[in-house]
Design a protein around this ligand. Structure first.
Ligand code: PGA
Length: 253
C-alpha cells in the first residue's frame, strides 16, 4: 500500500515552548501508526532541532522544514540549505506551498531547482500544488495543476518521482474553513495520478502518495482519507491542536 501520511504544517505559529508542549501532548496520546502510515511535522526552522530531538527516535514519524533554498551554500542571508537540513537529520521539506508562491513569488521553475537539490541530498520534498478560486470558478483547475506538475516535476526521472510526496491544496480551501468535498478532492487526486501515469507509467504513478490540504479537520478527515486516491493530508490550523491532529492521524487508511 502507498504511504498514508498526516503532515502537520505549523506555518509561522507557536513559540518554542508551545511547540514543545504540542509535541509532548501528542506523544502522550495513544496512537497506532501502522507500517504504511506516517506523521510528519513541518515546524518553523528555529524549532527543527527541538522537533528532531523529540521525534527522531520515534517510528513512522518525520520532521520537515517548511522551505529550503535552491543553492548549496554561500552568501544567501536568511536562507536554509539542504546541507543544513542534512546536518540536523531532517528528511522532509515542504516545497511550493501556495503561501510561498504568493508572498515570496516562488515560480514553478524555481521550485524545480529546489526539488533537484533536495533529491540530490536525500531529502524528500512534499510538493504542493493547487489552484486559486478564480481558476476553480472558471473550471480550468485541471490545466492549471497540470502545468504546475509539468513545469516543476516532469524533468525528474521515475526513480526520483517516486521519492516525492505531492500535496494538492486548493487555495480557496486553505485556512478558510471551506474544505473541498471528498468528491472534488478525489477527482483532482485521480487527475494528478493520471498525469503521473501518462508521464511515467501507471505502476510508478501508483507509488506516489498524494495528500489533500485545505481545512482538513478531525470531523472531515475520515471521509477525505477514505477516497481511493487521497493518501492523507497536509494540515495547517488543525495541526496546532493536539486532540485534532491526533484524530487526523487516526483517520489515516
Ligand atoms: P489549513 O492549511 O489546514 O489551515 O487550511 C493547510 C495548509 O496550508 O497546508
Amino acid at each position: 500500500m502507498r504511504k498514508q501520511i498526516a503532515a502537520a504544517n505549523w506555518k509561522m505559529n507557536l513559540s518554542l515552548q508551545q511547540g514543545e508542549q504540542l509535541i509532548n501532548d501528542l506523544l502522550a496520546k495513544p496512537h497506532e501508526l501502522k507500517a504504511h502510515q506516517m506523521a510528519i511535522f513541518a515546524v518553523p526552522a528555529p524549532y527543527l532541532m527541538m522537533a528532531q530531538n523529540k521525534l527522531s527516535n520515534k517510528q513512522h514519524v518525520g520532521v520537515a522544514a517548511q522551505n529550503c533554498y535552491s543553492k548549496k551554500s554561500g552568501a544567501y542571508t536568511g536562507e536554509i540549505s539542504v546541507e543544513m537540513l542534512n546536518s540536523l537529520g531532517v528528511q522532509y521539506v515542504v516545497l511550493g506551498h501556495s503561501e510561498r508562491r504568493e508572498y515570496f513569488n516562488e515560480s514553478n521553475q524555481f521550485l524545480a531547482e529546489k526539488l533537484d537539490i533536495c533529491l540530490q541530498h536525500q531529502i524528500t520534498p512534499i510538493f504542493c500544488c493547487g489552484e486559486p478560486l478564480q481558476i476553480r470558478e472558471a473550471g480550468t483547475q485541471n490545466a492549471f495543476v497540470a502545468a504546475q506538475l509539468a513545469e516543476s516535476l516532469f524533468h525528474l526521472n521515475a526513480a526520483d518521482i517516486v521519492k516525492l510526496v505531492i500535496a494538492y491544496e486548493p487555495i480557496w480551501a486553505i485556512g478558510t474553513g471551506k474544505t473541498a468535498s471528498s468528491e472534488q478532492a478525489q477527482e483532482m487526486h485521480a487527475f494528478i495520478r493520471s498525469q503521473l501515469a501518462h508521464q511515467y507509467g501507471q505502476d510508478t504513478a501508483n507509488q506516489v502518495s498524494i495528500l489533500y490540504g485545505g481545512s482538513v479537520k478531525a470531523n472531515n478527515a475520515v471521509e477525505l482519507f477514505s477516497q481511493p486516491d487521497v493518501d492523507g493530508g497536509l494540515v495547517g490550523g488543525a495541526s496546532l491542536i493536539a486532540d485534532e491532529f491526533a484524530a487526523i492521524i487516526n483517520a489515516l487508511k
